[in-house]
Design a protein around this ligand. Structure first.
Ligand code: PLP
Length: 397
């Protein structure tokens, strides 16, 4: 018999993953070209050519060395140094190798930092809508996830409610910018206000409250929008970065944490993050991929392809009468459901082989998430299906 807790987790397992499996099942029945799977944020844009070249070069160059060996739990020192220098160049910061811990993607990084920071019963605040896996990651360390209700006007965080939800038990605030599932980018003004609230609350309670900035979509932004680098606005910030989306490498599981020296107890956090990497069973981030990303610090995937998809899907749905805040980043649209219960919308869409994810998976009912990291043709061919769905739901312009 598996653990009681795990029985519950299996039962409530990720809706998104279930949709993805459903998409595969439908594709076998109807043919992949007749299924419009908008469920999983799996990048369709290929990894930049530099990635393949780097793999080849590393395998050739390092034949006689331990490219596949263990290294310190935080990762190869030269790789961490290269990454720190690249961050410094881009954001005018002053990090070095000691501030970087290589991780098994953003998911690994979030688990490492929450394991490092949380005592049982500590509270972790996040803003709805949010990446649903935060629930599991927080519960892994007996933390309590406290959710700030969504601001559905523009999906910037609701800072008035945020201030009210901070308590003596608040240990961390997970901020995801650009945001999954809305694609909204939190502005500099928002970040400054958030930092001011946190400074005040730290003083009031005599505690340290850490922002954990979850940034897998940092490079996927449109219209030249700026994504503030949070360590510059709030000293107790730990950044979690991933190459899953920026270099289209989600299956390779590679990312890093940035732990600034200015953060309270930073030496303990660095040491804790190394130990957490080891005892969570990661031991270290994938060795070959560490070397690859160090060679590809300036590589970029084809963001313009996502931008074309964004314009096509957003304009197509707006023309049909759907409502949605135009995303400035990531590769998701968060569309208002024409039915009060968005699961009805998802079920009707499924009749047309269109797979979309209910907002309840992100703590925001009444909305659905539609990914646009799919081929342009998939979006183009899905629009007549969305037209039929709109008709069935009585949506008009
Ligand atoms: N955080 C957010 C907001 C995400 O959307 C995802 C993946 O979709 C992750 C973390 C996990 O990413 P990774 O593949 O780097 O573990």
């Amino acid at each position: 018999m598996i653990a009681d807790n795990m029985l519950g987790l299996v039962k409530n397992s990720s809706v998104i993953r279930a949709m993805f499996e459903e998409g595969n099942r439908l594709a076998k029945i109807h043919g992949a070209e007749n299924v419009y799977d908008f469920s999983l944020g799996n990048p369709n844009v290929p990894a930049p050519a530099e990635v393949g070249t780097a793999i080849q070069e590393i395998l050739d160059e390092e034949k006689s060395t331990y490219v596949h060996g263990y290294m310190s739990n935080a990762g190869y020192e030269d790789v961490r140094k290269t990454i720190a220098q690249s961050i410094n160049q881009k954001f005018d910061t002053t990090f070095d190798a000691t501030n970087i811990v290589m991780t098994v993607g953003a998911a690994g990084g979030l688990n490492v930092i929450l394991k490092t920071l949380l005592n049982p019963g500590d509270e972790v605040i996040t803003f709805a809508p949010f990446f649903g896996e935060y629930r599991g990651y927080t519960a892994n360390y007996q933390g309590i996830l406290v959710v700030v209700a969504p601001n559905t006007v523009d999906f910037q965080p609701n800072l008035t409610e945020f201030a009210l939800k901070i308590t003596k038990k608040t240990k961390a605030v997970i901020v995801n910018n650009p945001n999954n599932p809305t694609g909204v980018v939190y502005s500099k003004e928002t970040v400054k206000k958030m930092a001011a609230i946190l400074e005040e609350k730290q003083k009031e309670f005599g505690t340290d409250i850490y922002i954990v900035s979850d940034e897998p979509y940092r490079e996927l932004v449109y219209d030249g929008v700026d994504v503030p680098y949070l360590t510059k606005y709030y000293k107790n910030t730990i950044v979690g970065y991933s190459y899953s989306k920026s270099l289209s490498l989600p299956g390779e599981r590679i990312g890093y944490l940035v732990i600034p020296d200015e953060a309270a107890d930073s030496e303990d956090i660095k040491a804790g993050a190394s130990v957490a990497t080891r005892i969570l069973g990661f031991v270290n981030a994938p060795s070959l991929m560490q070397r690859v990303v160090a060679k590809c610090v300036d590589a970029k995937c084809d963001v313009e392809a996502y931008n074309r998809n964004r314009e096509l899907l957003y304009n197509g749905l707006i023309d049909l009468g759907f409502e949605c805040v135009k995303p400035q980043g990531a590769f998701y649209l968060f569309v208002k459901s024409p039915t009060e219960d968005e699961k009805v919308f998802c079920d009707i869409a499924k009749k047309y082989n269109v797979l979309i994810v209910p907002g309840s998976a992100f703590g925001c009912t009444g909305y659905v998430r539609i990914v646009y990291c799919v081929s342009y043709d998939t979006i183009k061919n899905s629009l007549p299906k969305f037209a039929e769905i709109a008709k069935e739901l009585g949506v008009t312009k």
